[in-house]
Ligand binder design. Sequence first.
Ligand code: F6P
Length: 543
Amino acid sequence: MKDESATARGKWANLDAAMAASTSKTIRRLFDEDPSRAERFSVEAAGWLLDYSKNRVDDAAMKALVKLAEQSDLKAEIEKMFTGEKINRTENRAVLHTALRNCDPAAKVFVDGEDVMPGVRSVLAKMGDFSDRVRKGLWRGFTGRRIKYVVNIGIGGSDLGPVMANLALTPYAKRGMKFFFVSNVDPTHLAETLKAVKPAETLFIVASKTFTTQETMSNAAAARDWLVSGLGDRAAVAKHFVAVSTAAAEVAAFGIDTGNMFGFWDWVGGRYSLPSAIGLSLMIAVGRSNYAKFLKGYWKMDRHFRTAKFDRNMPVLMALLGILYSNGYGAETYCCLPYDQYLARFPAYLQQMDMESNGKSVRRGGTPAGYATGPIEWGEPGTNGQHSFYQLIHQGTHLIPCDFIGCCKTHNPVGDMHDKLMANLFAQTEALAFGKSAEECRAEGVPEELVPFRTFEGNRPTNTLLCRELTPGTLGALIALYEHKVFVQGVILDIYSFDQWGVQLGKVLAKGVLSDLTAEKPSGAHDSSTNRLIARYRAAVGR
Ligand code: F6P
């Protein structure tokens, strides 16, 4: 640990203590010695059970990890976030996604002396009114036809959340309507989408916090051209385009009536913006009452996070275990394995949430971190992953902590298929934790020369998250759980989790490269590799 200040050394000494306890016993031994382990190493909150007993921790390790959180001033940092302090210091902004789902009708949350809650409620009411009208066929297209297709145009936080949640809540979505999500500046994404929809029946939601993002603005302009040419009148835009943004002037400049704009605020980070107006496509899909339940789920987890003691606090516990593996054991990646096809995009959503938040290498004081910060997040739904990459998790040389996520009830009961799905989930955590020893292999009659290959070391850590059913409420709570986990890790790692300067350089350079791809004569101002690639491209497209 290259973190030299005395306070930091004291704080990180807790990780050393946690490691000393953690490395002294295997998970198998921990279970042998404590029959009540599963019960004691479990917590429940907002409809979710977290069983973290299959981790390399005992009471001493957990105690030391909780101390690490305490000595990072976590309690005070949580309060700063919830109460609107400008904790996004490099952008001088508050971080208040929790205000978006604060369901207490009397709640007040202040930023710069102004209560933000009336604004939050008023946008929600406007979204509710609009989505009711679309769903009931009262909001019609330019030619008077009902809206059948909704196309959300956005990228990053203005896309991944809506995509993930719309898929997750498919069983609650309005029949007869179809939802599409266009993000990539690759024209194929829009072109293929437009083949599936009809101009007279399509509503475009242009979702962009800044309303300047290259991909989104290019797609929105192309969609607008397609609509105008399909309906033969520029006035049609007013009935087929709405905007979700913080930037009213840019929305107006694009040609969308700001009366059809759903606002949010600079204190909502893009990757935390799903419960803001960015969730409009979801609200149209599932209706305002399900959307309210979705927000309530977030809120339940928010309250748990703000009030529960750290040793019973689900996001805090998950964050601490993550830090034990990344900074204690040197695990570089973290795997999310939802055993629910409706959560297929959840790992991709987590990637932005975690990696854009904690993928930093500079501490809050401006000095190099010198230790591992946010992990590489990845994952796929089970059971599919079992037939591709689980081999490496079971027997490879990398330590990969995994979260298994499952729901006890399925929305689609077919024979015993859901039992099979869940059996696989539980069995995988068992296999990872306990493995199979050489003796067990021999006892099964495995030939001696194959024993090394058929042995499973085990001691692979997993969390299991279980809910009764995937509902709007449990989905909201699950998202909030991970948001707060990432927040806690940012606090302990002493980094700023709510900016994303690392995405800027590529964006700026792409502008220069674009002009060299299209100009009459390229500048030749790049390195020799980039200059050559530009020349090759220009030659191929005949420039
Ligand atoms: O490039 C990264 C990013 O700024 C994300 O943080 C954000 O979610 C995404 O781009 C989209 O930004 P916007 O909503 O402003 O179009």
